[in-house]
Design a protein around this ligand. Structure first.
Ligand code: ATP
Ligand code: MN
Length: 482
């Protein structure tokens, strides 16, 4: 069966005009006149549908009544140049088999625009919409491009563990893994849970990052990257946070923070260019969708650039590189800070930046993507390289329009003494992290890395506004239905 099928994307390339073909797919719409029915069919290979022309003298009425939106059909016929203006080719059906019916009284998707909220409740069917078809294809292209980018540069992809025994980074934000029956946990004498009896003989969690293990690999393989699922139990119900998301984490020996920034900027531009070069139809569709959506918004909330223009803008401009300290000065003097329009008013150096501040810097002040470096050490992780000022670390966050932080990275602290001291100051259990510390004892070198939240990148490339719509099955607080 499979061998005879032609994907719609191939049919539309017109290379098979005049041939007998078989195409399978799901019906999007059916229009009927007295003598013919026109069926728009989609098989996921492209945003475009193929038009099936069903002459009522050839295709019987008892078949046609079953051809409703959502039904799966198999069509045999001839591919011909279309007489219509909407499409270049169409299929003149000779036989149609209804593979799977979809009762129009029950099928929830109509051939009209549904709200994204509605479609989240129908996540099992939302792949069948133009919007989610486009997002699914772009997501695939971006996954492929990530691997291609790093492979072409000689990076090795490594799989880091999903179950981790170290709680170094995300204290309090992790999902615990246990085989204990919650109603009957083995307890120590003092009443605490005795994890020594648990599956791994210790407390374990779902990972929040593959970085620490990535560093181990980089300190032998030179350049590695991970691309895996990460988990955060933070209860932040925002349009940019998921409880389960995918992260790309390269880790490079012999890279300082400037090399790190160069790589990150090059990678982001590569991914954007890959989307522009390979996903043009889908991007055009999403751009049009966005423009329609924005028509219902007040003028001052509409974006200044259309999607494709925005992507090109990022490609063509150098990212601004400046320090956290500079950013604080800008923010303190900014209108929304003085007029108390920010939810979090920036009072002094040392404050953590919220997404509203990050977006102000990118969208209003610099009007370009921004890389901020040299953050206060107290708001960053223990493993970041300490600067000589004793106050800041060699962190680099990349901030994007519409999103805020898309990448968080740093040069890593490679000096054993400095690392140990910082771990003690921050109460990082050095005993548990003995293996991490040992890399600083044996052949330690300058090294750097970063984490790109894959769904944040997807938000940017697709122009979608909610992270729940760029991953097929979002995991968020109180939501794990599908
Ligand atoms: P934020 O301040 O936006 O919560 P973070 O400081 O917690 O981000 P990192 O721990 O540095 O982020 O993680 C690296 C990258 O992973 C971020 O730059 C972002 O792209 C992405 N990321 C972080 N948390 C989430 C989340 N809950 N859902 C989706 N992506 C995330
Ligand atoms: Mn976070």
């Amino acid at each position: 069966m499979q061998k005879e099928l032609t994907k719609i994307i191939v049919l539309l390339s017109s290379s098979k005009v005049g041939e007998k073909i078989t195409v399978n797919g799901w019906v999007r719409t059916k229009r009927e006149s007295k003598n013919v029915a026109f069926i728009a069919l989609n098989d996921g290979s492209t945003i475009k549908n193929i038009q099936i022309v069903a002459d009522k003298e050839i295709i019987s009425e008892d078949i046609l009544v079953k051809i409703n939106t959502g039904a799966a059909i198999s069509v045999k016929g001839e591919l011909v140049e279309s007489k219509g203006t909407e499409q270049s080719v169409e299929v003149i059906a000779e036989t149609i088999i209804v593979l799977g019916e979809a009762n129009p009284d029950e099928y929830p998707l109509q051939p009209k625009r549904h709200s994204l909220e509605f479609l989240r409740e129908k996540a099992h069917l939302r792949f069948r919409t133009n919007t989610f078809g486009a997002i699914t294809r772009i997501r695939h292209a971006m996954i492929f491009a990530v691997h291609k980018f790093f492979n072409d540069k000689g990076f090795y992809n490594i799989h880091t563990p999903i179950i981790t025994g170290s709680d170094a980074e995300g204290a309090g934000e992790m999902f615990h893994i246990s085989v204990f029956n919650p109603e009957n946990m083995p307890l120590n004498e003092d009443g605490s849970v005795n994890y020594a009896e648990d599956f791994f003989g210790k407390e374990t969690n779902l990972t929040v990052s593959g970085q620490l293990e990535g560093e181990l690999a980089a300190l032998a393989m030179s350049n590695v990257y991970t691309f895996g699922p990460t988990f955060r139990a933070e209860n932040s119900n925002t349009s940019r946070h998921l409880a389960e998301f995918w992260m790309i984490e390269p880790e490079m020996a012999f890279y300082d923070i400037n090399d790190n920034m160069d790589l990150a900027e090059e990678m982001l531009k590569y991914l954007v260019k890959y989307a522009l070069d390979n996903c043009a139809d889908d991007l055009q569709f999403l751009e049009k969708r966005l423009i329609d959506e924005e028509k219902s918004k007040p003028q001052n909330q509409r974006s200044e650039m259309a999607l494709i223009e925005k992507l090109n803008f990022v490609l063509e401009n150098d990212f601004v590189r400046t320090t956290y300290t500079e950013a604080i000065k800008i923010l303190k003097n900014s209108k929304p800070n003085k007029k108390k329009k920010f939810n979090f008013i920036i009072e002094e150096w040392g404050a953590d930046l919220q997404s509203e501040h990050e977006r102000y810097l990118v969208e209003k002040h610099f009007k370009k993507p921004v890389i901020l470096t040299d953050y206060p050490k107290d708001i960053k992780a223990f493993y970041m390289k300490q600067n000589d000022d004793g106050k800041t670390v060699r962190a680099m966050d990349i901030l994007f329009p519409g999103i805020g932080e898309i990448i968080g990275g740093s040069q890593r602290e490679e000096r054993y003494d400095y690392l140990l001291k910082r771990m003690r100051e921050m109460n990082i259990p050095e005993k548990e992290m003995w293996w991490y510390l040992e890399t600083r004892k044996f052949g330690t070198v300058v090294h750097s890395g970063y984490g790109l939240g894959f769904e944040r990148m997807m938000l940017f490339v697709t122009g979608m506004g909610n992270i729940r719509d760029v991953i097929p099955f979002p995991r968020t607080p109180k939501n794990a239905e599908f």
